[in-house]
Every structure is written in structure tokens, then in C-alpha cells.
Design a protein around this ligand. Structure first.
Ligand code: CUA
Length: 156
């Protein structure tokens, strides 16, 4: 089969663009740690409040410098809605929702989750800089959506 010179040129360009896109994905995953949040477990949303670990929400130290924050999302709050960890901590947030779809976002971090009823999701981030971070729901969840927020204090 004879392919025209110009046609071959543009085929090569489209293959090169595809290759560049794949390299960009690989680079963002390994270079910036961008990844899809995994669905780590299931829980009956109507019984989430009685089910471990959500029966005991809050901050738990699991290893030196590593904390797990178990949080329950519901209309229109996070429990707990204030979290304190020391600077330099690695924090794993584990959430579920007991009613509708909520979001969980901490600006300027990789933490960005969709919190669906019945599904447990996780995200981990290392907080090196002391300060106060806002965390909020970024999935429209009803009339009180705009007040569904909390605070993360990274202490010196
Ligand atoms: Cu919860 Cu918006």
C-alpha cells in the first residue's frame, strides 16, 4: 500500500501527540503523586454511625508521625469538623457518607474525594507547613451545602 508523503507525516504527528499524552500521565502520577481515590471498603450507610471505624470518628495516631482521620459526612457537616495534627504529619483521611453524595476537598493539597453513601474512600497527604487549612464539601448536597466545611489545624 502506498501512503502519500504528507499523509504519513500527519500520521506520525498524531502518534507523537498520543505518546506525549501518555508520558504526561505517567509523569503526573509519579512526579506529582496524582492518583484516583480508591474505594477501600463498603459500609451500610444507614448503619455507618454504628460501624467501625465510623463509630469512633476523629484523629487516631497509627504510627509515629502518621495519623488516620476518620470522618463521617452527612447533610451538612463533617464529624469531626475540626482536626489538629502536628506539622510534618502524614495524614490519611477516611470518609463515608450516611445520606447523599458529598465531597471532601482541602485546597493546595492532593486531597479531593467524592464521598458516596456506602463507600469508604481514602486520601493521604503529608502536611509540612503549620497553618490552618479549610476543608469543605465540593459536591452540591442540598440547601446547606455552602456551610458544609471544617478546619484542619497543622500545629507547630
Ligand atoms: Cu455536602 Cu455539599
Amino acid at each position: 500500500m502506498d501512503i502519500d508523503r504528507l499523509e504519513r507525516f500527519w500520521i506520525m504527528i498524531s502518534i507523537a501527540v498520543l505518546g506525549a499524552m501518555i508520558l504526561a500521565i505517567v509523569y503526573s502520577v509519579h512526579g506529582f503523586g496524582i492518583e484516583l481515590p480508591a474505594d477501600v471498603a463498603q459500609v451500610d450507610p444507614t448503619r455507618a454511625r454504628e460501624t467501625e471505624p465510623f463509630a469512633n470518628p476523629g484523629v487516631h495516631e497509627v504510627a509515629p508521625g502518621h495519623y488516620e482521620v476518620t470522618m463521617l459526612a452527612s447533610a451538612w457537616r463533617f464529624e469531626p469538623n475540626e482536626v489538629r495534627v502536628p506539622a510534618g504529619s502524614t495524614v490519611t483521611f477516611r470518609l463515608t457518607s450516611e445520606d447523599v453524595i458529598h465531597g471532601f476537598r482541602i485546597p493546595n493539597t492532593n486531597v479531593n474525594l467524592m464521598v458516596q453513601p456506602g463507600q469508604v474512600v481514602e486520601a493521604t497527604h503529608r502536611f509540612t507547613d503549620p497553618g490552618t487549612y479549610r476543608l469543605f464539601c465540593h459536591e452540591y448536597c442540598g440547601i446547606g451545602h455552602h456551610v458544609m466545611a471544617g478546619t484542619l489545624v497543622v500545629e507547630r
